[in-house]
Design a protein around this ligand. Structure first.
Ligand code: SF4
Length: 280
């Protein structure tokens, strides 16, 4: 069975993940549905169970644009990776799980928008289209264990570390095994060289704002458009009770973008640029 050495410098992108066995055919992708710095313990357990069971990488996905771009870069740098186990619960703010599944199913259009994603900014603007195509060819199956938003029951498959472990183990069996609706086995590395690509332009090339977020005529319309691009955690760190209150004050010129500390996190770089454009 073909196994290859990952690209020098693998994995090229940093993130909230654990590196495991470079020759494993599977990564675990757990949706992070909170914007607090502390990761919920049940999600942390999923990540660690993936790494402990032999995944190549096991980590968090938070956003439908830069988060996905980083995953693509790290996967194409290691042709041994052929499967993604998708778990955790969907994040209503960014819909990263839905976007990952739509990317695999439909690819992207000419503007590098993920076809079929209903997220606000599902644009993979910072990576070449060839990289996206290669990702879709290299990954043969996404094992979808994703739960509904807000799910808390850790017995359901997508929040159950034992089920995630079983999914990971199934992917590296020499002979096909049936796991839920999937037939899985280690088919060996993708037969093309590893690609090393690092995102360098994420602060230069803003995510395109969706049509629905073009400035409206009223302050309220503008506030609603701005709200769509805010983190929507209602964390109150800006001094407002909600992101919507902050958005309306932004529209009225009573607040400034800099007052939302969440927007300084790298995951929101694209949204921040889109907000700047709307406020111009
Ligand atoms: S706008 Fe305010 S409430 Fe919303 S994420 Fe930023 S700091 Fe938190």
């Amino acid at each position: 069975m073909l196994k290859v050495k990952p690209a020098d410098g693998y994995p090229p992108e940093e993130g909230r993940y654990v590196r495991g066995n470079d020759y494993s055919p599977v990564v675990v992708c757990t949706i992070l549905d909170t914007f607090d710095w502390a990761i919920p313990s049940e999600l942390n357990e999923l990540v660690m169970s993936g790494a402990d069971t032999g995944a190549a990488l096991s980590g968090m996905l938070q956003t439908e644009n830069i988060g996905l771009e980083k995953i693509i870069c790290n996967i194409v740098a290691n042709p041994n990776i052929r499967y993604i186990v998708l778990c955790g619960r969907e994040s209503t703010g960014h819909l990263p799980g839905e976007s990952l599944l739509a990317l695999k199913r439909n690819g992207v259009d000419d503007t590098k928008r993920i076809i079929g994603s209903t997220a606000l900014t599902p644009y993979l603007s910072n990576i070449p289209i060839e990289l996206i195509d290669r990702f879709n060819q290299q990954i043969v199956t996404i094992i979808n264990l994703l739960c509904q938003p807000g799910e808390r029951d850790t017995r359901v498959p997508g929040l159950n570390p034992k089920v995630v472990q079983e999914a990971v183990r199934s992917c590296y069996q020499e002979n096909p095994v049936v796991f839920m609706d999937y037939t899985l086995y280690d088919m060996g590395a993708y037969p093309e060289p590893a690609i090393y690509h690092k995102i360098v332009s994420k602060l230069v090339q803003p995510q395109s704002p969706p049509e629905a977020t073009q400035p409206g005529k009223s302050k309220m319309g503008m506030g609603l458009a701005l709200h769509k691009l805010l983190p929507k955690t209602d964390c109150k760190k800006c001094g407002k009770k909600t992101c919507l209150a902050f958005a309306i004050d932004l529209a009225k010129g009573k607040s400034r973008l800099e007052e939302c500390p969440m927007l300084h996190q790298p995951e929101f770089a694209g949204d921040r640029m889109a907000l700047v454009k709307l406020l111009e």
